[in-house]
Design a protein around this ligand. Structure first.
Ligand code: SF4
Ligand code: SF4
Length: 446
């Protein structure tokens, strides 16, 4: 360890607060990577554990509850203490009866388990919070507006383990020889991960990072695992989902304009519309044929959670209302088309419950029924020769490197930290080795 690295680390630690969660670099492991220490600054009566895991083929959260429930409960205890919650609720699908029984036996008196339906998107924060507390988060609001904070299972496990976030749990699924859930060093390439677990079972394949619904197609197999990578779904190159996720805007708009017959099924099954939010994707589609961006047609698009249900399940024409909503959002924001009604008037649709989409029907629609829908934990001793750890793998600003090429680091060493006062997260080395680059990413060779 060089003196300069030690000094930089000491300096960084001196600047940071004494918040242990912040020190460990913990971010939301199931979404956009919001820094957990910031989320825990709220004060609410209810802490919700999001174990709904509704992305088809992913099994990471269930596996963590199966093997690391102790750590999850320790993390939940810390989180409840921090937000002053008197009650904890673990939302998990009822189909996992064996896990529910186990965690019910371990749960302290102020923590209960809520069995959820096996539907998509049961893990959407707004849907989950409604299921737990029976109140709708207002459009544009946060769970704290109805007295709750929502935390992912792995986030709580990381708090409970009380060590820097150097590894990521993820499921490798789809067209692979053996679907598994593994613990991977952050920064390892997804191609190496897939190869290490047995590889794809087809010659030509693509990878969806994060799941099949809210995924992004991997531009290459060199993409690194980050603190928010929840799954790698391998698909044959010919699979329609790879094509759908790669569609480009001019084509989406042109086809949508000519083919949408305004059947409104996209709206009728939209989970945010059903929860009472003022979103109507068929109206946004309508605006393609008139003046794209017309106020009355795009206003509600700000409240689209981008779950993709409308595009990948509801629309009988295989159109893409989700991306029309995504494109409309900045226009709606610029025009100030925010919800200005009374939050108390926002109530779920009478058919909110009966219109939930069962996962098995979603999987059939997506052409996923041929894949083995399991992901048991497999303890693989990954030993990558090189990792590329991104400095921006969380909400907020990229972290600033605290290391230089030539520095020696060990697993768990602090290698980057947010600038003082900036929203962000600390980043730690995931392998022992020598730093080779420290620019937009820190590259470490074993
Ligand atoms: S992606 Fe579609 S279904 Fe999902 S919230 Fe947005 S408009 Fe509704
Ligand atoms: S479901 Fe498809 S065809 Fe029907 S209104 Fe929505 S985008 Fe148009």
């Amino acid at each position: 360890m060089g003196d300069s690295l030690e000094q930089q680390r000491t300096g960084a630690a001196g600047q940071a607060s004494s918040d242990r969660v912040e020190e460990l670099g913990i971010v939301g492991a199931g979404g956009a990577g919001f820094p957990t220490s910031v989320k825990l600054k709220t004060k609410v009566p209810c802490a919700i554990v999001n174990a709904a895991e509704c992305e088809p083929l992913l099994h990471k959260d269930k596996e963590l509850l199966l093997h690391h429930a102790d750590a999850m409960f320790r993390g939940l205890s810390v989180a409840m203490d921090r937000v002053s919650a008197s009650e904890g609720v673990i939302g998990i699908k009822s189909k996992y009866a064996d896990i529910i029984k186990t965690i019910q036996n371990q749960a302290p008196a102020n923590v209960r388990v809520l069995a959820l339906t096996d539907t998509y998107p049961a893990g959407d924060e707004f849907i989950l919070v409604y299921d737990v507390v029976g109140r709708v988060i207002p459009p544009g609001g946060l769970p704290k507006d109805v007295g709750a904070v929502v935390l992912n299972v792995e986030t709580l496990v990381n708090i409970g383990l009380d060590r820097p976030v150097t590894h990521k749990y993820l499921t490798v699924a789809g067209a692979v020889h053996t679907p598994v859930t593994v613990r991977v060093p952050v920064g390892m390439s997804i191609g190496e991960v897939i190869a290490a677990v047995g590889g794809a079972n087809v010659a030509d394949f693509g990878v969806l990072i994060g799941g099949v619904m809210m995924a992004s197609p991997a531009p290459s197999l060199n993409e690194p695992v980050t603190k928010t990578t929840g799954g790698l779904v391998v698909l044959p190159s010919s699979h329609k989902l790879l094509e759908r996720h790669s569609a480009k805007w001019p084509q989406i708009a042109r086809i949508g304009r000519s083919a949408c017959d305004q059947c409104s099924l996209c709206t009728e099954l939209c989970p945010r519309y059903l929860i009472g939010h003022p979103i109507q994707p068929h109206r946004a589609m309508q605006s393609l044929g008139f003046a794209f961006g017309a106020n009355s047609m795009i206003a509600g698009t700000l409240y689209c959670c981008e779950c993709n249900l409308c595009s990948l399940y509801s629309c009988p024409e295989d159109l893409d209302p989700k991306n029309v909503c995504v494109q409309s959002k900045p226009i709606a924001r610029e025009k100030g088309l925010m919800f200005k009604g009374n939050p108390d008037d926002v109530q779920p649709h009478p058919l909110f419950t009966s219109r939930r989409v069962p996962i098995h029907r979603l999987m059939a629609r997506l052409g996923l029924m041929t894949f083995n829908n399991v992901g048991p934990t497999c303890d693989i001793p990954f030993a990558p020769a090189r990792v590329r750890i991104l400095l921006k793998q969380h909400a907020g600003k990229p972290a600033t490197p605290l290391v230089r090429p030539g520095d020696k680091v060990r697993v768990g060493d602090l290698i980057a930290a947010p600038a003082e006062g900036a929203l962000g997260a600390r980043i730690h080395a995931s392998i022992d080795g020598i730093v080779r680059e420290a620019s937009d990413a820190v590259v470490i060779e074993a």
